[in-house]
Design a protein around this ligand. Structure first.
Ligand SMILES: [Zn+2]
Length: 453
């Protein structure tokens, strides 16, 4: 890997510890790291990128996704459903996923993430239909490698299916042993705990209404033994809360805590229906939350208490959620939605556009347990994206570049996206895959699935 020099950057929004916003400076990337930021830099043999019209941001980090939903979105029958009914419909689609479905939907979802500035993606894959093989996450790893995105694979499962009072159909069920054994295999095969790691694995049982206490406890044991992180859905809806009270005799967080599923190596998706006392407990235990504003609005799930969480120093990141409830994989767009949602809900107590950007960069890095990404800092990984703001619609709109993505928003793809020092998306083209070919294969796969339903 060579050197790249971003010359005369219009603005560098570093998101670093000093919250520095720099004007007219250069960024020098050597190999996979940022090696210098300053004025008038030069480097022999470097590719020079004229950045005089570009805002440069640290790469966005997505902390919750279900990429298989790229092929189960915008479905007319379920546009008005809430979570449980929405899931009951979609389980019928997910009963049919196979290796090719997962591979292609991962290419589509991560291709879109890269186009809109996301350089690290966490996915929680839960659908392992019986008889369809166990290599589904291996195919996601393959897709991520081809695209050049940093990837953390959450191995999920359903162990509480309809025959045991859970929501998912029995055909999607696995035993605790099947799940734990496959987690162990994936960790041993792929998990790289080093700085600048491109592949990590998380143990991620799905949700209180689709797994049981045993698998939660075993997940905690395995993850802590292997030194990997833990993730699950929690406090997404009132239906889930009622389910926990009836099934476990406990509120969701109390149940998770009893399973050992709290602490600085744990983060939950959604985290909407916590009491104020529970939010304080998350701060005390440093248990993280992934905020998914678009999905929460689409499914009418509720509003995460982001201002209160920030007050209690709860580790907090941003995410798109599965593209069935988003219905896309555009984390850049979600920054603006999050900003507006909390302005409406919390007025003067709401986070600024810049604070929301920080949730999607160093906040997300924190809940994934990473100190090597999330800001533009010398010595950190060269993960960044550039936006061309030399457009008519941005005239008069760039007084506050740090808050720009929240207050103004940027509705087109990035100019370029770099991951680990390598440009992987540039001027409308993903460089790691043949986009036209993948699009045609994806269309054919969708056609096949829906004609078989
Ligand atoms: Zn989810």
């Amino acid at each position: 890997m060579g050197k790249t020099l971003f010359k005369n950057c219009k603005t560098i929004i570093t998101c670093d510890v000093g919250d520095r916003v720099l004007y007219g400076e250069d960024i020098l990337v050597d190999g996979n790291a940022i090696v210098e930021i300053g004025k008038g830099l030069s480097a022999e043999g470097a590719e020079i990128i004229d950045a005089k019209d570009l805002f440069i941001y640290p790469g966005l980090i997505n902390t919750h996704h279900h990429m298989l939903q790229a092929f189960s979105r915008n479905i007319p029958e379920i546009q008005s459903y809430e979570l449980f009914d929405w899931l009951m419909y979609l389980y019928e689609v997910w009963k049919n996923v196979d290796s090719e479905f997962v591979y292609l939907s991962s290419q589509v979802a991560m291709g879109e993430l890269l186009k809109y500035g996301c350089t690290t993606n966490f996915d929680q894959h839960f659908a392992f239909p019986q008889g369809k093989g166990r290599d589904l996450i291996d195919r996601q790893m393959e897709a991520a490698g081809e695209l050049g995105i940093r990837f953390n694979a959450g191995r999920s499962c359903f162990t509480r299916t309809q025959k045991n009072g859970g929501l998912p159909p029995d055909e999607l069920g696995e035993t605790t042993k099947q799940f734990i054994d496959d987690c162990e295999r994936l960790i041993d095969t792929y998990h790289d705990a080093n700085d600048f790691s491109m592949r990590q694995v998380t143990v991620a049982p799905c949700s209180p209404f689709s797994v049981d206490t045993e698998v939660m406890v075993e997940s905690v044991r395995l993850a802590r033994d292997k030194g990997v992180r833990l993730h699950t859905h929690l406090c997404e809806t009132i239906d889930e809360e009622n389910y926990c009270l009836e099934t476990y005799g406990n509120r969701p967080l109390a149940w998770a805590h009893e399973c050992g599923f709290t602490g600085p190596d744990v983060w939950y998706a959604h985290g909407i229906h916590f009491t104020d006392e529970e939010v304080a407990f998350l701060g005390e235990t440093q248990t993280g939350v992934s905020h998914n504003p678009v999905s929460n609005m689409k499914l009418s799930s509720g509003i995460c208490k982001v201002p209160l969480m920030l007050k209690h120093d709860v580790p907090l990141g941003l995410a798109v959620d599965g593209c069935g409830s988003n219905d896309s994989s555009n984390l850049l767009a979600d920054i603006r939605v999050a900003y507006l949602l909390h302005r409406l809900n919390s007025s003067t107590q709401a986070p600024t556009g810049y604070e929301i950007l920080k949730l999607g960069t160093n906040g997300s890095a924190r809940i994934l347990g990473r100190t090597d990404i999330g800001s533009l800092t010398v010595g950190k990984a060269a993960d960044l994206f550039a936006l061309d703001v030399n457009k008519l619609e941005y005239a008069g709109a760039i007084l506050d570049p740090a808050s720009f993505l929240g207050t103004i928003g940027y509705s087109r793809p990035a100019k370029l996206t770099m991951v680990n020092g390598k440009i992987v998306y540039r001027d409308g083209q993903l460089l790691g895959i043949d986009e036209e070919k993948v699009k045609a294969q994806a269309d054919a796969e969708v056609e096949k699935i829906y004609s078989n339903l």
